[in-house]
Write a protein that binds this ligand. Structure first.
Ligand code: AMP
Length: 279
């Protein structure tokens, strides 16, 4: 099973992903976790993204795409995976499409966890207060101010993916404000409905028929093109010959009249040649 969980930060993607992992024996691929691990290990990638993540902005597409491309190649991802926090931009979604198509794989679905952003902010404020009271360490990006930046990034860059996957007939929406158990049940229901699973195939792998028809028609257009071009060229040459003959005939006539001299010849001068006569 290959699934995308879509939703703003704090919507519960991680929690739902972990439940799905243990139930379906697949791996959770959280780009946030991978990037945080890189920061902690002090790798070149980590050094590059540290400040971006602390601010709550998005890391560069190419970097995140490369991380995911490597990760889904690992043996433990062969059985399937849940993408949590990826894709986050249309460029990432397109890269994922290409990545999967190259491997002959398809997504089983995209589940959007719909949440009320104001409630999210209140939730995180409460969590921060509780953790601080307990003396627990906080994530640098786990505070209301940074959350606002992350929500802003979600609205601007990630939310358009809802349309992206809806247009492909792959999007299913779940009420993310419901209790965790209920959200999990709703996701399971989506995953087990055979009809919906069929509808979740990406457009490119939905059926080979339309693709074939499209290829055929492209082929036939290409095939027909040389014939049509040859025909057009032939008739154009014919028409040009005719015009040239006419012009030549007229020129001879004009020349004859000119040699005769007098008003008669000037009158016969073709239209548009008056300036030469004046000059
Ligand atoms: P998350 O734990 O998924 O909320 O991610 C934490 C932070 O990691 C984000 O605020 C971004 O700075 C970065 N990040 C995670 N996933 C991506 C992604 N797919 N594209 C760009 N930046 C990401």
């Amino acid at each position: 099973m290959r699934l995308i969980l879509l939703g703003p930060p704090g919507a519960g993607k991680g929690t739902q992903a972990q439940r799905l992992v243990s139930k379906h024996h697949i791996v959770q691929l959280s780009t946030g976790d991978m990037l945080r691990a890189a920061v902690k290990a002090g790798t070149p990638v980590g050094t590059k993204v540290k400040d971006i993540m602390d601010r709550g902005d998005l890391c560069p597409d190419a970097l995140v795409v490369a991380i995911v491309a490597d990760r889904i190649e690992e043996p433990d991802a062969k059985n399937g995976f849940i993408l949590d926090g990826f894709p986050r931009t249309e460029a990432q979604a397109a890269a994922l499409d290409r990545m999967l198509a190259e491997k002959g794989l398809a997504l089983d679905g995209v589940v959007e966890l719909k949440v009320d952003e104001d409630i999210l902010i209140r939730r995180i404020e409460n969590r921060v207060a509780e953790m601080t009271a307990r003396g627990e360490p906080l994530r640098k990006d786990d505070n209301p101010e940074v959350l606002k930046t992350r929500l802003h990034a979600y609205r601007g860059q990630t939310a358009p993916l809802i349309h992206y996957y809806r247009d492909k007939g792959m999007l299913r929406t779940v009420d993310g404000m419901a209790p965790v158990e209920e959200v999990a049940r709703a996701i399971e229901a989506i995953l087990t409905k055979p009809k919906q699973r069929a509808a979740m195939q990406p457009t490119s792998t939905k059926s080979s028929k339309p693709q074939k028809t499209r290829q055929k028609s492209v082929k036939s257009v290409r095939k027909a093109a040389p014939k049509t071009t040859a025909k057009v060229k032939k008739s154009a040459a014919k028409a040009a010959k005719k015009v040239a003959k006419k012009v030549a005939k007229k020129a001879v006539k004009t020349a004859k009249a000119a040699t005769k001299g007098g008003k008669k010849g000037q009158k016969r001068r073709p239209a548009g040649t008056g300036r030469r006569a004046r000059g």
